[in-house]
Design a protein around this ligand. Sequence first.
Ligand SMILES: Cc1cc2nc3c(=O)[nH]c(=O)nc-3n(C[C@H](O)[C@H](O)[C@H](O)COP(=O)(O)O)c2cc1C
Length: 342
Amino acid sequence: MKTTGLDGLWQAGRDFLGVRYPLMCGAMTWISDSTLVKAVGAQGGFGCLAAGNMPGEALAEEIRNCREGSDAPFAVNLVTIAPNFPAHKEAVLASEAPIVIFAGNFPKKNDVAQMKAAGKKVVSFASTDSIAEQMVRFGVDALILEGSEAGGHIGHVSLMILLQQVLFKNPGVPVFVAGGIATGRMIAHMLLMGAAGVQMGTRFVMSEECHAHPNLKARFAKARAREAMSTPEYDKRLPIVAVRALKNKSTEEFGRLQLELLQQMNAGTLGHAEAQVKVESFWMGGLKKAAVDGDVDRGSCMAGQSVGLVDKVQPMAEIFAELLGEAETELEAVKARLATIG
Ligand SMILES: Cc1cc2nc3c(=O)[nH]c(=O)nc-3n(C[C@H](O)[C@H](O)[C@H](O)COP(=O)(O)O)c2cc1C
């Protein structure tokens, strides 16, 4: 598709990722497999393979699958807090994957150096301005600025604030933006603000090519933005890893569990360590339950607030055509508006 206006804006993102359209499909554990990566690549976008916590050999094979029948560039997304992270690093270092994205917690300086020494471009998520600054000091080649509107594990700062704290200050590396974006109109405005490209997750779950369970897609289609909620933390004695997911039976139960555990801790009938284990084990296997098994009542239906902007499953080609068309039209509208102020 011709993207005359956009081409003037997203050249840095195109050059960095090596694709026609710097629209990234963010890695999603249990969902972003080689099929999704190649489906995005086939449209000229950029796919990210999710390592999650799969065994190292399985990741090595999935990386090879991304290359089979496709020469589209892609990234491997490594979660630094995953128990299999060391094996994942080995798999990536031994592979042809051109770009590595660090997520979860931030990477160590040495992780970045190791990947760069192997010729990989390194990208890191940043959910605060201080993480963004530290990652640039560590030598990453680009940032994904992800706001708390996003699906999955999230930080606490919205994209609106991060744009002003990081993007507008021009950190000296390409910045891709994520969290709550699902329309071409918004893509156009992010590029006008200086983003090198845009990353989306929820919107791409709603592609026909995505292997997520049909029950999860059906739930996404009906969900409103306000149903994609961040996990509450009631007391700093019981720290919670914040996740944005759709409200369901399990999210309600999790809230009740935390309150019960705190009551027991206050009464002195439960120790802190035991309570923390109960909290941490509650969601184990939760995303697989929703995304693979289709149990949307009991599983973790991770979704961005962008879920309120999607209502149907579409072929990937149609999603790209829609995003690109809307973005081009919006740029024209902006140009026309600017012309009126002379
Ligand atoms: C179901 C789901 C699983 C996700 N898993 C991961 C992951 O494994 N690694 C990661 O870096 N980001 C993960 N994310 C975040 C996405 O890569 C992306 O940044 C996010 O979805 C953007 O927000 P949006 O959903 O509003 O577009 C996940 C998001 C979702 C919805």
